[in-house]
Every structure is written in C-alpha cells, then in structure tokens.
Design a protein around this ligand. Structure first.
Ligand code: E4E
Length: 377
C-alpha cells in the first residue's frame, strides 16, 4: 500500500463548453474523471455487484454511507478491519456522505439541536448522537477520500423561515466540520450548499462556505421530491456562485435526463441509488430510454437489450429471458440489470466528457435526448 498520508486531493479543470465542465480530481487512491457518476455502495457494497465489476463499468469512485455503516457494523469496527477500502476490497476513491440526510429520512424520533442530531436507529431503536465533529471522526475512521460536512437537508417545498434556519445551521456546522477536519491533506472535505429553492438563501450559503474554504462544494437539499425544473433553476442560479477551481457535486441525482441537464448547468459529480435500485426492480436503462422488463410484452421477445451496445451483457441474453428472471425475482436478474444500468450511466458521463472536450456538448445532449425519445423499446 503506498503512503497515502503525504499525497493531496486536487482538482484540475481541463475544458469547458458553455456551463459544462471537463476535469479531473486527483486523490491518493487514484484519479476521478469529471463529469463523474458515483455508484452508491450504501453499506459497503454496491448492491448485487462485485467491486471489480463496478470498476469495469468505468466507475472511478463509489459512495459509502456513513449513517448505515455507523449503525452496522460501526465505524470503529470498520477502522479495526483496516478501513472501508480494505473491508470491501475497493482500492480506489470513496466518497462518504455525512449521515445527515439519512438521519432526516430514515431514523426514528430524532432531536435536532445546535450541537447535532440525536436519533434512534431505524434498525434496532438504539440511540445515537451525530454532531459535525463525530461525523468527521466517523468518515475519517472509514478512511474515506472525500468527506462531507454534516448539514440539515430540508424536504421541499418548505417555508422561507425554515429554509433560512436550516441553511444558517448548516453553515455553522460547516465551520465546525472544517475545524474538526483539521486540514487533513490526504483526503478532501466538501461543504454543502443549502437554502431550499430560494436564490438569495442559496447565494448566502455559497458565500458562507467560500469564506470558510472547502476542497469541493456540494449542492444539497435537492432530489428530495421537487420537480426537475425547480432543481434545474436552483442549479443554474448557484453554480455561477461557486469557485471554478473546485469540484461541484449534486447530491442524490439522478435519472439520466437529470444528469445531462445538470452537467449542462455546471455540475461535475453525481451519485444516485437509481441505476441499481431500478435494476433490482426490473427497469433497464439503454441508449433508447428505459425498458420495464416486468411488462408481459417482453415474454416472447428474442431480441437482446441492445445488440450494438459495447456492454456484452446487453447482447448476451434475450429480453424474454430477462423478463423471466425479473418476474421470478431471480437474484441473477438483479445482478444483470444492475450491471447494465451502471454501465449505461458510465457510458453517458463518458460521452459527456468527450463531447465537452470536443466543444459539442449541446449537440451531444440533443442527440442523446432524441435517441431516448425515438427509442424502439
Ligand atoms: C428522492 O430519492 C431519494 O432521495 C435520495 C436522493 N436524493 C438526495 N438528496 C440529497 C440531499 C443531501 C443533502 O442535502 N445533504 C446531505 N448530506 N446528503 C444528501 C443526500 C441526498 N440524496 C435517494 O436516497 C432516494 O432514496
């Protein structure tokens, strides 16, 4: 294992095309080509995938989830096993969220104070306290390469006063997170912009985070049920407020159309459970749009998913067989469709990277959307 303690995390912007950006994040465990899609490995596994299969789809980085790992098996236990990379045998970069989102969405009976959040586990009801300091400690115990501040993510729509309160609390927690991070150079700390769907609150949040100073800036508080146009409006208002020489990460997004639109509005990094969750539910993503393989119309269809796809799994089996696996809830169905969906997401962001380099992102986006619309599914 090389000495990770001396190398730094740095971002290099190599090309732009309108608001779209092409770059690279260098970390001690390898580099991340941006725009990047990060598969979600919630409990230390990208569901139904071997780590090497995740890599083969083209992923440079995956997500671990602080909330889930803090509950089971516990951050100290992962640390005693050598950290999350060795525990799951994924030796490339990992980004961990701070736990705040899942506390708000999964935990029971939580109490939010200035100090942090006390909550009861959704698994066994045991109680925990998550503070900005403890979240940094947990993510450091996991030996994560990119860690997130603890924040308060509000569901939308929300009242102005609520959005302001949560944004200002998140800013104070950003400051405490930065202090607790103690300027570790072998990993990065990202701040998270909050402020709901209010441009002025979002700008104040970005300004506050910039004055504290972070290695990257996430846009939080989105992909929480708001319409796509609301999400896009917030993004196009906030990205001009963010430093150009730091990565921008849109948390929890999204479907292919969301990702394409957000790249065109200046976002560099994405994560979403959608490709793997949809795969487990029989929905497969292709160049021609999404196919619901549960539908009976596939049961006699001998065609493969996409015979022109670079992914062998799109050519190997018939839709009839995949329909059968989905209907019988066979484990292999979840495995195959998760791999196909993750490979498609990587194909999409790889296409965006090349299009931005070639100054043809808007054409690429238009061609991609046209193929989705015209798809002979
Ligand atoms: C709507 O679909 C559900 O929602 C999630 C995706 N949407 C999402 N928005 C997020 C916002 C934040 C945030 O503001 N702060 C922090 N720290 N982490 C976040 C993580 C986020 N993930 C999926 O889990 C899915 O279940």
């Amino acid at each position: 294992m090389n000495d990770l303690s001396t190398k730094q995390v740095t971002f290099t912007l190599s090309a732009t095309d309108g608001m779209a950006r092409r770059g690279r994040i260098d970390t001690p465990r390898g580099d991340i080509q941006t725009p990047a899609f990060m598969p979600v490995g919630t409990a230390g596994t990208v569901k139904a995938m071997y780590p090497e299969q995740v890599r083969e789809t083209g992923a440079d980085i995956l997500l671990g989830n602080t909330y889930h790992l803090m509950l089971r098996p516990g951050a100290e236990r992962v640390a005693s096993q050598g950290g999350l990379h060795d525990f799951m045998d994924w030796q490339r970069p990992i980004l961990t969220d701070s736990g705040g989102f899942q506390v708000m969405s999964l935990a029971q009976l939580r109490k939010l104070t200035e100090k942090g959040v006390t909550f009861r586990s959704h698994i066994d009801g045991s109680s925990y306290e998550l503070t900005p300091e403890r979240s940094i400690e947990i993510q450091t115990l996991l030996d994560s390469d990119i860690i997130m501040q603890l924040d308060e993510c509000l569901k939308l729509p929300a009242e102005y006063k609520e959005m302001e309160r949560a944004m200002e609390l998140s800013l104070r927690w950003a400051d405490r997170s930065k202090t607790a991070f103690n300027n570790q150079r072998n990993r990065a700390l990202f701040g998270i912009v909050q402020g709901g769907d209010n441009a002025e609150l979002r700008a104040r949040s970005a300004q506050g985070l910039k004055s504290i100073g972070f290695d990257g800036y996430a846009v939080g508080g989105l992909a929480v049920g708001e319409p796509q146009e609301v999400m896009f409006k917030v993004i196009e208002e906030i990205t001009p407020e963010l430093p150009t020489d730091r990565p921008r990460y849109l948390m929890g997004v999204g479907k292919p159309d969301d990702i394409l639109g957000a790249i065109g509005r200046g976002i560099d990094m994405f994560d979403c459970v959608h490709p793997t969750r949809a795969g487990r539910h029989g929905h497969v993503y292709t160049r021609f749009g999404v196919i619901n393989l549960k539908n009976a119309r596939h049961r006699d269809d001998s065609r493969p998913i996409d015979e022109a796809s670079p992914n062998p799994n799109c050519r190997r089996w018939s839709r009839a067989y995949l329909h059968h696996l989905v209907k019988t809830e066979e484990i292999l169905g979840a495995m195959i469709l998760s791999q196909i969906n993750l490979a498609y997401y990587q194909e999409l962001v790889q296409g965006c990277r090349g299009a931005i380099e070639g100054g043809r992102f808007s054409d690429f986006a238009a061609e991609t959307r046209a193929a989705w619309a015209a798809g002979d599914l």
